[in-house]
Design a protein around this ligand. Structure first.
Ligand code: UDP
Length: 239
């Protein structure tokens, strides 16, 4: 089915919260194992996969700052949290037989590779999953912005943002029962309607570079595969 696939190279963004399952904090290896199965299906189809993982299950700079810590220190801790999540994800992927690299924006010799775009491209062409850790390496950014930045850098054809709901809704579907789901949105609609899909930096980056973003539910089995095969199962944001 190799010729059927719509997207050859993708960037998958997982929030840190997606890794904690039903817990309030931390990492649930069982959740990671389920994700590894879904990612493995794509690898089997020859899709090249870059990943960015958030850190919100461990630390967020803004939350630490609100509790009294200096913001930049908090952001550094948040970025280090994404490295821990990346190590856990690599562990799950490798146990599932999927060759994986972690490249960190903050050098951490002996633990992970330092991000190098050309090396990342080589790994992707070799069929290795590449997890981009430590966000952009800079405070005051988010891992959504890191996902869009790395997605653009590696020439991804699609950025997939995994969330707890199956797309973008007119209001929070957990709270507003008659909230409607959008099948398709332009970048400008996301901005005008203040839908809060991603922060402004991230949306503006993808808009400037015309990369489509798919918002979908990673907990729904097969949804990742469908979206990558070109059948939208979520919300597609594009031009
Ligand atoms: N962070 C940062 N720069 C980046 C990416 C992330 O400073 O380029 C910090 C920031 O403090 C953020 C934390 O890392 O709160 C975790 O990332 P994020 O909140 O995006 O994780 P998610 O919500 O996706 O789990």
């Amino acid at each position: 089915a190799k010729s059927d696939k719509k997207y050859k190279r993708i960037l998958l963004k997982l929030s840190g919260e997606a890794l904690m399952g039903d817990a309030e904090f931390g990492i649930d290896p069982k959740v990671l194992d389920r994700m590894a199965v879904e990612v493995g299906q794509l690898v089997g189809l020859g899709v090249e996969i870059g990943m960015v993982i958030g850190g919100g299950n461990l630390f967020r700079g803004s939350a630490l700052h609100a509790a009294g810590m200096e913001r930049v220190t908090g952001d550094h801790m948040g970025m280090l949290a994404t490295v821990m999540n990346a190590l856990a994800m690599r562990d799950a992927l490798e146990r599932a037989g999927i060759s994986t690299r972690v490249m960190s924006a903050i050098p951490m010799s002996g633990v992970v590779e330092h991000y190098d775009r050309r090396a990342a491209m080589r790994h992707l062409r070799n069929g290795d999953v590449v997890i981009f850790a430590a966000g952009t390496g800079n405070p005051f950014f988010t891992t959504d912005s890191a996902a869009c930045l790395r997605g653009i850098e590696i020439d991804a054809q699609l950025i997939l943002k995994a969330t707890k709901v199956d797309g973008v809704y007119s209001a929070d579907p957990m709270r507003v029962p008659d909230a409607v789901k959008f099948e398709y949105l332009t970048y400008d609609e996301v901005l005008d309607k203040k839908l809060g899909v991603m922060d402004l930096t991230a949306i503006c980056l993808v808009r400037d570079h015309d990369i489509p973003v798919c918002v979908f539910n990673m907990q729904k089995p097969g949804s990742l595969l469908n979206n990558v095969m070109g059948t939208t199962d979520g919300t597609l944001i594009g031009v």
